[in-house]
Design a protein around this ligand. Sequence first.
Ligand code: FAD
Length: 313
Amino acid sequence: MNERQLGRLAAAGLAELRFDAPMAEYCTLRAGGKVAALIEVANLEELRRVLALLAEEEIKFLIVGRGSNLLVVDSGYSGAIIRLKGEFNTIALQECNEIATIIKVGAGCALGKLVSWCSGQGLAGLEFLVGIPGSVGGAVRMNAGAWGQEIGARLEAIELIDRQGKLRQIPFSGLRLSYRTLDLAEGRIDNTIITAALFSLKTDREEDIRSRCAAYLERRKGKQPAGVASAGSFFKNPPDDFAGRLIEVAGLKGTSCGAAMISPVHGNFLVNTGGASATDILTLMEQVQAAVFAQFAIKLEPEVRIIQENDSP
Ligand SMILES: Cc1cc2nc3c(=O)[nH]c(=O)nc-3n(C[C@H](O)[C@H](O)[C@H](O)COP(=O)(O)OP(=O)(O)OC[C@H]3O[C@@H](n4cnc5c(N)ncnc54)[C@H](O)[C@@H]3O)c2cc1C
């Protein structure tokens, strides 16, 4: 970002603006470079104003959620990063009929808050998301899933805003969902920001919903490293196999590069044992890819979004 662009942002009266923001503070991997400007927006009007300013000044930008599936390279990102908060954290009942209950959830809402709200309302269908530390926007964009279920299957529609500030609702039929990604039937979703998601849920007894959540959490505890910085599964599972299994069979568990390590608990978790740089993590990623390819002729693709200088939303 040049001086004029920085000056325009500084003078725009934005409530939450941070220059040179270290993304390690905003990512669960606790690593990564700085972003020139981090802007937190609390409502649609503010988001529109920010988008107009960024367009006018030709400032590139990215949207992030709770940073649980991304890593910014150490050299940083010279554009702006937008995060949603305030009104984007709300959950509301939209419609109730004999088949389903539709709820509308802001894209900034934490999945944990959503699952717990649904339990309290006796609404079932999203329990499998318990323990995933993302936001609704990030989870929908990633088509997050666990235990054989995916968030996309529960969607009724999404709301998104484009770079020109135009807000639209896209029904489920207009979405193209696949393993860990979402696109639109009309084209790439990349130039848009998801502002809300509408879910179609069934009613159930609160105690049954809570006991399913507890069971999912218990399964997670046994299988995944706890209390250590990570982005969850680092690689996508290749067709008909598991990245964690391949990494384990290749004998890579416990391998480290600087302060980045392949978790001894789960081969697909690259963890930051304290003070790892993004370069440590990415070097380890490449070592894993090379070793797995050498042994199985399978190229592991990162599930984690790696943010580099030339990225746009
Ligand atoms: C301990 C741990 C366990 C995990 N377990 C699972 C699991 O079981 N299953 C699973 O699928 N994932 C899992 N993850 C990964 C991660 O939590 C999910 O992918 C999550 O949904 C990402 O949400 P986020 O808000 O953190 O997104 P971010 O990491 O902030 O962003 C991810 C991507 O989504 C985009 N994005 C974010 N918000 C928006 C928006 N509003 N509009 C458009 N694009 C947006 C970003 O640009 C980026 O490309 C785990 C992570 C951790 C740390």
